[in-house]
Design a protein around this ligand. Structure first.
Ligand code: AMP
Length: 208
């Protein structure tokens, strides 16, 4: 059973890996960041509550995010496994998750802070199809998948990036020890190409 958690700082490449692993294993990719951004865009009550935290690079309150994830995991497509990307981010979230499901692997994709600032400030995303790119590879800022314009996420601006990294180091880093204690932690070097990291992810999952 692949009940997977992808850990790692913002910009480590969790989302890029999750998209590929989800396709390869046929299990849903559940990104709390994507779900919250959709809620903000649609101006739902959760979106309206979450927006101010997200704009500052702070964490949305645990009870809000835990509620979203529990609801998502209860859908039938998650019965055969899932990839959680960006959740849990606090010990309280990790404990709430343990109460509803057994995580079989937590994969930590590690990258140093200075390298993340460069990656995140050049990151560009497509709001239409979800593609994530970078100015280095997509200098014309056009989505190579669907042709829409690529944009910079509001929280990928330098001041917010620094805050997100500080929040990660304070609130989310302790989860590495938590999953190590459960005996399910795998650590990978994320400062490599998407292909190289993906090969390692498949190896630790024991997928041929
Ligand atoms: P991400 O796309 O994963 O970087 O998430 C973007 C933003 O959404 C974060 O900076 C938080 O404000 C919020 N967010 C996403 N996931 C969580 C979570 N598990 N707990 C709290 N806030 C979250």
């Amino acid at each position: 059973m692949y009940n997977l958690v992808f850990l790692g700082p913002p910009g480590a490449g969790k989302g890029s890996q999750a998209v590929r692993v989800s396709q390869r294993l046929g299990i849903p990719h559940i990104s709390t960041g994507d779900m919250l951004r959709a809620a903000v865009k649609n101006e739902t009550p959760i979106g309206l509550e979450a927006k101010a935290y997200m704009d500052r690079g702070e964490l949305v309150p645990d009870e809000v995010v835990i509620g979203i994830v529990k609801e998502r995991l209860s859908l039938s497509d998650a019965e055969g496994g899932y990839i959680l990307d960006g959740f849990p981010r606090t010990l309280a979230q990790a404990e709430a998750l343990s109460n509803v499901t057994k995580v079989t692997k937590a994969i930590n994709i590690a990258v140093e802070d200075e390298k993340l600032v460069k990656r995140l400030s050049g990151r560009r995303v497509c709001m239409k199809c979800g593609y994530t790119g970078h100015l280095d590879y997509d200098p014309d800022e056009i989505c190579p998948k669907c042709g829409d314009k690529l944009i910079q996420r509001d929280d990928d601006k330098p001041d917010t990036i620094r805050n997100r990294l500080a929040v990660y180091n304070k609130s989310t880093l302790p989860l590495i020890e938590y999953y190590q204690g459960l005996g399910v932690l795998e650590e990978l070097d994320g400062y490599r190409s998407i292909d190289a990291v993906y090969i390692d992810v498949m190896r630790v999952l024991g997928v041929q």
